[in-house]
Design a protein around this ligand. Structure first.
Ligand code: FE2
Length: 376
């Protein structure tokens, strides 16, 4: 058994203000029209709202896509001095904003900035014919931000003010993705603890799970990871930093190509990973390879599971177990030309951890194959 029980925190700290969940994830992209096509066709998202010159917004176009409770907003600037241009010059396309749905944006902003968060946008009201929404934004790692969205039930628009409803015309066919399970941030050397402290101090989040480089390492590659979570654990942010290994850590590669810290992956939950991954593969989504040898030791590593191992092997789905149960997961290849952002598909069957056993098992299987070829 290479999977030790994770260090979980029995009693989560109390949230300092009410967070209802992830509101949306906004990406800055070079061409939102084309990116929207990709996330609709490949990942099964439905276009439901749009803002741009046609809706009275002159500076940028935004496409709002939805699947289950997951909302992605793809934004492309239309003017030279838009902040998205600076972001993309440094990082390429990527996640700019992990927006949270809050009860009171003013309170969220006041508490977080009083506790040391850097203000990006003070509380302000935006409105259109459907009503009013209050927003405020603070900075987190790298050029990533958190916008607090206070949207009451009296707002009747399709998404946020200045967005108009759009008909997807059946382009995005759901693959069964339901909600954001976690969003992972990669930070640079020795920045993990500061980032974890930031979420503890500023938000009142607690340390949920942590692994050190002995947990997540093979002989060649290593990383350290700590997960922070809010009180009801709907918000979970694993924070990774590179650790010394014989070869370059994948986190180090990310930080190099992203020109600093940023969102590494978004994990999306499904109730049926076999049908979700089959549909994504059918749509042409590329996933990380899993060597066949991974499945040879699967039963020994994770014990009995409900799924047919042959089916998992044919779709290359990974399995890991902790003291609470097991989970199935699979990672896409990077979604862009830079080896930065990717998506994880996850199905939890009791397990609360994040698949650290897979990291080791995967790399060890790859190294075993390398060894078989006499190249290790
Ligand atoms: Fe993950």
């Amino acid at each position: 058994m290479s999977t030790a029980a994770p260090e979980t925190n029995g009693s989560p700290a109390k949230d300092l203000f009410t967070i209802k969940g992830t509101h949306h994830l906004e990406f800055f992209v070079g061409n939102a029209k084309q990116a929207a096509y990709f996330y609709r066709r490949a990942f099964g998202f439905e276009l439901f709202a749009y803002s741009g010159p046609e809706t009275g917004v002159r500076e940028a176009c935004s496409y709002a896509l939805r699947q289950g409770k997951i909302v992605l907003v793809l934004t492309t600037p239309l003017i030279a001095n838009h902040q998205a241009n600076d972001f993309m010059r440094n990082h390429g396309d990527g996640v700019r904003d992990i927006a949270m749905h809050v009860e009171d944006a003013e309170e969220a902003f006041r508490i977080t900035t009083e506790r040391g968060a850097k203000a990006v946008a003070a509380p302000h009201v935006i409105e259109d014919k459907h009503g009013k929404v209050k927003l405020a934004t603070i900075a987190t790692y790298g050029d990533t931000v958190h916008t607090f969205v206070e949207r009451g039930s009296d707002y009747t628009g399709p998404f946020l003010p200045h967005f108009e409803a759009r008909d997807d015309k059946g382009m995005g066919k759901s693959v069964g993705l339901q909600f954001v399970d976690h969003v992972v941030g990669n930070v640079s050397w020795d920045e993990m603890n500061n980032t974890v402290e930031f979420y503890k101090n500023v938000f009142g989040f607690s340390r949920f799970v942590s692994f050190d480089d002995k947990d997540i390492s093979t002989e060649y590659t290593a990383l350290r990871s700590t997960v922070v979570a809010n009180e009801n654990r709907w918000i979970k942010f694993p924070i990774n930093e590179p650790a010394e290994g014989l070869r370059k850590s994948q986190i180090e590669e990310y930080v190099e190509f992203n020109n600093g810290p940023g969102v590494q992956h978004i994990a999306m939950h499904t109730n049926d990973i076999i049908s979700t991954v089959a549909a994504l593969r059918e749509n042409g989504v590329d996933f990380l390879e899993t060597p066949d040898t991974y499945y040879t030791e699967l039963k020994e590593r994770v014990g009995d599971i409900d799924e047919d191992v042959e089916r998992l092997r044919s779709l290359k789905i990974l399995v890991d177990r902790d003291d609470k149960g097991y989970m199935l997961q699979l990672f896409t290849k990077p979604l862009e030309d830079r080896p930065t952002l990717f998506i994880e598909i996850i199905q939890r069957r009791g397990a609360e951890s994040f698949g650290k056993g897979n990291f080791k098992a995967l790399f060890e299987s790859i190294e075993r194959e390398q060894g078989l070829r006499g190249n290790l």
